[in-house]
Design a protein around this ligand. Structure first.
Ligand code: GLU
Length: 354
């Protein structure tokens, strides 16, 4: 899970982006990068390591320009190298992209684009987005059309932001998070409201299969069929602004100390909801609990808690193994899914299967 962010406005983009990436560090990553549009060209700086480390050696936040994109990468395709870190420029460097997710058909697309003369500089799946957009944009000279043509060819899960060298941003979302922020001094797109929460509390949540085109004057949103879409602007609650780690040494310890409050705040009428869930659990014959990484460790702890307090047997499953073990799920089974982010792909897949 990585973070993407884009900014277009009257402030200098790079410091806004670097700060936003730092706010989203809890999401985990191995490398970081920023691209800005300045003086008719796209400038890119990136490297391996934490935001602060890379920023102190490469001075990400000194890039000029008031339009930009940024990324923290969690490598899925290609090694953890500077070349594989995002942003990725298109062959002509007229477009650069940051991508969260996986492009399943990148190999076919890459081969096809290479035949058309596009040159690839990374081992990532993501770079095809930059070159595909460039190919479509060169044909149509139209950002909306090139976005539509691009998303029509991508297979996989993604949220991406592209900066075009005419000073526009475009971002699309398909099964990965993307949030638009509307501030007084500019527009934001980000994986998480934390990316821009200190600049604005006005947000739009694009639906799946939607994209947004942003310039300094405003935003336009469309679905993947090209129809314009309108969304309410939502005011985000103060809790988001509170989600900085504050006086806590790190986010994990903050979350642990907040658990008693968080659980009670989870539903409109949490007591009734908890009773309903416990009734369901009591009626279920086969109980399973799944997680991935740390949440799987939590599932292992749950096994002892269920046994000790509820006298129930619950079987922990590693989320990525659920596709191979789900044949014993039946209508007497329940799967409890744990996820810290709510976005862990393996856990979401396990829920879909169940
Ligand atoms: N699949 C892309 C890569 O390996 C993006 C990974 C991510 O979501 O950070 O570069």
């Amino acid at each position: 899970m990585c973070s993407i962010i884009g900014y277009i406005g009257s402030d200098k983009a790079a410091p806004v982006i670097v700060q936003g990436l730092k706010r989203m560090e809890y999401r985990g990553y191995d490398s970081v990068g920023v691209a800005t549009f300045s003086d008719d060209q796209i400038l890119i700086k990136k490297g391996i390591g934490k935001v602060d480390q890379v920023n102190s050696t490469s001075k990400l936040d000194t890039l000029s320009g008031s339009i930009g994109i940024g990324h923290t990468r969690w490598a899925t395709h290609g090694r953890v190298t500077s070349a594989n870190a995002h942003p990725h420029p298109s062959t002509s460097s007229k477009i650069a992209i940051v991508h969260n997710g996986i492009i399943d058909n990148f190999a076919e697309l890459k081969m096809d684009l290479q035949k058309k003369g596009f040159i690839f500089k990374s081992e990532t799946d993501s770079e095809v987005i930059a070159n595909l957009l460039q190919y479509e944009f060169d044909k149509t000279k139209d950002i909306k059309k090139s976005m539509l043509q691009t998303v029509a060819q991508l297979i996989g899960d993604y949220a991406f932001v592209a900066v075009f060298n005419d000073g526009m941003l475009a971002a699309a979302r398909f099964h990965e998070p993307l949030i638009v922020g509307i501030g007084n001094e500019g527009y934001f797109v980000s994986s998480d409201v934390l990316g821009f929460v200190e600049h604005t509390d006005q947000v739009i949540y694009p639906d799946n299969r939607e994209f947004v085109i942003i310039n300094t004057h405003g935003i336009q949103m469309f679905d993947f069929d090209g129809n314009p879409v309108k969304h309410q602007i939502t005011k985000i609650s103060k809790e988001f602004a509170d989600s900085y780690k504050g006086e806590y040494a790190h986010y994990t310890i903050k979350e642990i100390s907040e658990q008693p409050r968080t659980i009670l705040k989870a539903g409109h009428n949490t007591k009734i909801e908890l009773d309903l869930i416990s009734d369901l659990i009591k009626q279920t014959k086969n109980l399973y609990i799944t997680g991935s990484g740390t949440s799987y460790n939590a599932a292992l702890v749950a096994k002892y808690i269920f046994s000790k307090y509820a006298k129930l047997k619950i079987e922990p499953l590693i989320a990525s193994e659920v596709p191979y073990t789900s044949n014993f799920f039946d209508n007497q089974s329940m799967l409890i899914a744990l996820s810290q982010s709510g976005e862990s792909a393996d856990v979401l897949e396990a829920v879909k299967i169940a």
